[in-house]
Ligand binder design. Structure first.
Ligand code: GTP
Ligand code: MG
Length: 247
């Protein structure tokens, strides 16, 4: 029997704790992330012969390194390399929530999206094309109502399939949902990409290529993600590259 580590991410108040509890029941304990006072909740469930360990990441709006919570979440994803990430998205606030989803996707970790608060979204007359969203993200999207315990089995199924098959690895063409959060997204086989536009891509693409050609860096970090972070002048990303170069 294998143990599969799955990180649970999501923006604050998206229903992370509710979904975490729905999946793990009472089988959970709380510790701290090493060296910081940020709480680390760990829970387990068994599904079809596998034991899945869920690790609750701090709720963050993004994955920069400006706050301790963001750094903790990011470090866990980069260094612990979980088998998959379960991203809890508030369906009533899709545009804001997808900002984090894009960043998780860019890190190249197999992703499952729980489209939570669907009862509220439906109550407001919102209709979400989950198939299209799934295609665009290259991730399985499951509608959930955490508060009523709806969608748990489907989520467990999606998590199982995602870590086994590494998500929906078929190629999709360029598409845009028409929201201001995306300039147009394209999906290549096995990798989600936000197209940042000609001006940025003319710098981003050669940088990504250089990083991916460095065996030490590419073995440790997703080149596209690192290139984006270096362009943002993210001090932590710069430090990661320096550390690898010195090793
Ligand atoms: N209507 C509705 N409420 C929900 C749903 N899921 C969670 N909630 C409620 O939303 C509120 C926030 O849920 P939490 O699970 O605490 O959210 P969280 O992401 O853990 O929040 P923080 O840890 O504070 O960032 C709670 O009052 C939940 O009962 C849902 O699907 N529908
Ligand atoms: Mg919580």
């Amino acid at each position: 029997m294998k143990e599969i580590i799955v990180a649970v991410a999501g923006q604050p108040n998206s229903g992370k704790s509710t979904i975490f509890n729905m999946l793990t029941g009472a089988r959970q304990h709380v510790a701290n992330y090493p060296g910081v006072t940020v709480e680390k909740k760990i829970g387990r469930y068994s599904y079809q012969g596998d034991t899945v360990t869920l690790v609750d990441l701090p709720g963050t709006y993004s994955l920069t390194s400006y706050s301790q919570e963001e750094r903790v979440a990011r470090d866990f994803l980069l260094h612990e390399k979980p088998a998959a990430v379960l991203d809890i998205v508030d369906a009533t606030n899709l545009e804001r929530n997808l900002y984090l989803t894009f960043q998780l996707d860019e890190m190249g970790i197999p992703l499952v999206v729980a489209l939570n608060m669907m009862d509220v979204a439906e109550g407001r007359g919102m209709k979400i094309d989950t198939y299209k969203l799934s295609e665009l993200l290259g991730a399985t999207v499951v509608s959930t109502v955490g508060k009523k315990g709806r969608g748990g089995e489907k989520l467990k199924d999606a998590i199982l399939n995602t870590y086994k098959e590494d998500g929906l690895q078929t190629g999709y063409g360029v598409a845009c949902m028409g929201c201001s959060a995306c300039l147009g997204m394209s999906r290549e086989k096995g990798s989600f990409r936000v197209d940042y536009g000609e001006e940025l891509e003319s710098i981003l693409m050669p940088l990504e290529k250089r990083l991916s050609e460095d065996p030490k860096i590419s073995a440790r970090y997703p080149a596209r993600w690192l290139a984006v972070k270096l362009m943002e002048n993210d001090s932590e990303a710069r430090r990661l590259v320096q550390k690898v170069e010195e090793s």
